[in-house]
Design a protein around this ligand. Sequence first.
Ligand code: SF4
Length: 335
Amino acid sequence: MPQGTHILKDRFGRVHDYLRISLTERCNLRCFYCMPLEGVPLRPKEHFMRTEEVVSIASTFVDLGVKKIRLTGGEPLIRKDAENIIRQLSALPVKLGITTNGILVDRYIDCFEACEIRSINVSLDSLMRDRVAAITRRDYFDRIMSNIQMLLDRDFHVKINVVVMRGTNDDEVTDFIEWTRQTPIHVRFIEFMPFGGNRWEWKNGVSLDEILSRATERFGPFGFERITDSPNDTAKNYRLKGGRGTFAIISSVTNPFCDTCNRIRLTADGKIKNCLFSNSETDLLTAFRSGKDIKPLIADAVLNKKAVRSGMNTMEQLSDSDVHSDNRSMVSIGG
Ligand code: SF4
């Protein structure tokens, strides 16, 4: 690799300075669109990155220019060494964030503060207790809501990730938006995406345009406004007039935003996914454990990245279930 080459820059000039690390494939919820109904086959512990391997591989990415790390799962906080990993990563010159289902937040909130993690994404697909139980196949609604309130009370920047599914929770879109009027919370509607085992069909999704037309119907054409997105933002952001919070839409299906993609993913078993939808992965962990330099592998993975959705440019291509079934389930990617 010639001197001075930016290893994290791909053929389209995108610099991948945002690393998403999945700490585990395990979760204390069973969301039907994320965890396949048959579950994820449990694998031996040694298949997964140990504490020091997570930290060391992450440090290599930071040396290469990564500026932001988000910890995901499964549910990252169920890992017994999660606090140890968080504390070690927070010592790196990097902005640290976490995506969680919120159940264990009360046990880690002091650690978040100590490690200057101020931005927390909480996955919550309904404001109705019974519906949350139906979607997650567990009953943690009260705990999640009280932990969200605890984060707000301690001035964390809280984003709520909502996967919008027709016939499941799409009737709550405007209720979630209304929540942002008096509460400084940032709701992000995610278009339902295809992954291994989630029986995806776009007819069960709700598009950016439809979400906006529902918002216009409820709040009027002047009841909310478009606000500036931050660079590389995956979401298109809006605010109710006079609202304390915001709402946004992540439209990977109907309006992909790949031209500014800066994300690269590291799975819990130490593989790079250069795109959320990519079926081809690069095994870093085996090379790392055999003492090899992992930088050339990272460089190759970045150089092999496709322009849009791992080559699924069109809706037809995205709708090809054969392609999805080869991809991992969401629980083993971490979003
Ligand atoms: S689909 Fe792939 S290339 Fe597009 S924004 Fe997502 S991760 Fe990036």
